[in-house]
Design a protein. Structure first.
Length: 441
């Protein structure tokens, strides 16, 4: 039987519709069943092999480059500044002249002291002569008393003779006073000479002039300070209706000096990190002005007293540099990392592979082999030493929070011995040393 043309056309449309439905069902089934394993695959945790190397723990801070030796010398005698013989930036030797004050008053005091010393010396000479005379009289009296005569007896009876011993004692006391006066006069002369010498301010250290805090014509001196300084000087003025005279502030050096060849790094560490550092520990320093240069340093001192700023307690530390870059300048920002612990040639894994609950540390073994408790040693910023529980080469999984996602901190690096990525965190990474035969479960 032959169907009409319009019915044949209807059957064709029906077949096309059925085919379309079948195709849609097939595509849906493909994505539902054949692609269903993709999220699971993407969610699989990356693994990393247990490796051998050095694990380093460290703490870091920032500070400034400073001179290890500074000075702010001040005039030790008062006077008007008549000359400044240095300039800012000038390098001077220890003992070199820096500035001078008018020496007239000091020289006048020196002349007076010299005159007093001459007078005191003359007094000593006169007292010595008086003592000699008194002793001669005493000797004569002693001889006379040994051979009495009628004349001597009559003189003694009339009280016409003095006691020679009293005269000698009086002369001796006068000589002692004269000698004491002479000794004091000698000291006064030396002090006057020192005052004259002090009218020239000299460098207490070899270094560079970093600031000049006085001017020619200012009144300086009298403080006697010439030690380490932390601030710059200032000036105040005193005057009358006709003139004014500036005076260098007491306690502020006339100049500031620093030894720019002996620089050190000064940095502060929060109290938690300060407990981990001590003198003698190695450190690495980088300067913001030259970030590509890693400078070797040694922790020199840690202050025993804290500093509190906005409620934060910190301890100051200084670091001695093994060498100094040619472009180093005081005041430059320095970043310092102190090595607080190091375990050499040990097993380690990324810190992100270890789950810690209380004092228990656990790793997850690869390929669904379960978990295992481990003992740890040095904990670096990115890696942790394994002291027991794992063998070299074993594969462990990274924690879920360390895989992908957002909000990670630290740098990211390729996993050693396995696929995937892990956050590196701060601190120094290990130096890997291959040793397939080793292990310490």
């Amino acid at each position: 039987m032959v169907l009409p043309r319009h019915k044949l056309r209807g059957l064709s449309l029906l077949n096309v519709g059925l085919v379309a439905v079948v195709v849609a069902i097939a595509v849906t089934a493909y994505f539902l069943f054949f692609r269903s394993d993709q999220p699971a695959a993407s969610a699989a945790r990356p693994t990393v092999a247990v490796q051998r190397g050095d694990v380093v723990a460290s703490v870091s801070s920032s500070g400034t480059l400073q001179s290890s030796q500074t000075a702010s010398p001040q005039f030790e005698t008062s006077g008007t500044v008549t000359q400044i013989v240095v300039k800012v930036g000038q390098v001077v030797a220890k003992g070199a002249a820096i500035a001078k004050v008018d020496p007239a008053a000091a020289e006048r005091q020196e002349r007076i002291a010299e005159q007093n010393r001459i007078a005191a010396a003359n007094s000593v000479t006169a007292a010595e002569e008086s003592l000699d005379d008194a002793e001669e009289v005493k000797e004569a009296a002693d001889e006379a008393s040994a051979s009495p005569t009628p004349a001597n007896d009559q003189a003694q009876a009339q009280g016409q003779t003095q006691n020679p011993e009293v005269a000698v004692s009086t002369a001796e006391a006068a000589l002692a006073r004269a000698k004491a006066d002479k000794e004091q006069a000698d000291q006064d002369v030396e002090a006057a000479k020192d005052a004259v010498a002090a009218t020239t301010l000299r460098a207490p250290i070899a270094g560079t002039i970093t600031a000049i805090n006085g001017t020619v014509g200012s009144v300086a001196g009298g403080s006697g300070s010439s030690g380490s300084a932390s601030g710059s000087g200032s000036t105040s003025s005193q005057g009358s209706a006709s003139a004014s005279t500036s005076t260098t502030t007491a306690g502020a050096g006339f100049v500031d000096m620093a030894d720019l060849k002996a620089l050190q790094v000064s940095a502060a560490f929060p109290e938690a990190d300060a407990l981990k550092i001590k003198a003698g520990q190695p450190a690495t320093v980088t300067l913001n002005a030259d970030p590509g240069a890693n400078l070797t340093a040694t922790l020199a001192t840690v202050s025993p007293t804290p500093t509190t700023t906005n409620g934060v307690v910190s301890y100051a530390a200084t670091f001695a540099l093994a060498r100094l870059p040619a472009n180093a300048r005081i005041g430059q920002t320095a970043n310092v990392t102190v090595q607080t612990a190091k375990a050499a040639n040990v097993l380690f894994v990324p810190s992100t592979a270890i789950a810690t609950t209380g004092t228990t540390h656990t790793v997850t073994l690869a390929n669904g082999a379960g978990t295992r408790d481990v003992e740890i040693g040095v904990r670096g910023g990115s890696y942790t030493q394994i002291t027991s529980g794992l063998d070299e080469g074993e594969q462990v999984e990274l924690l879920q929070g360390a895989i992908g996602g957002t909000g990670q901190t630290g740098r990211t690096g390729q996993l050693p011995g396995g696929g995937g990525q892990f956050p590196g965190g701060g601190g120094q990474g290990p130096v890997v040393q291959r040793n397939p035969g080793g292990g310490n479960r």
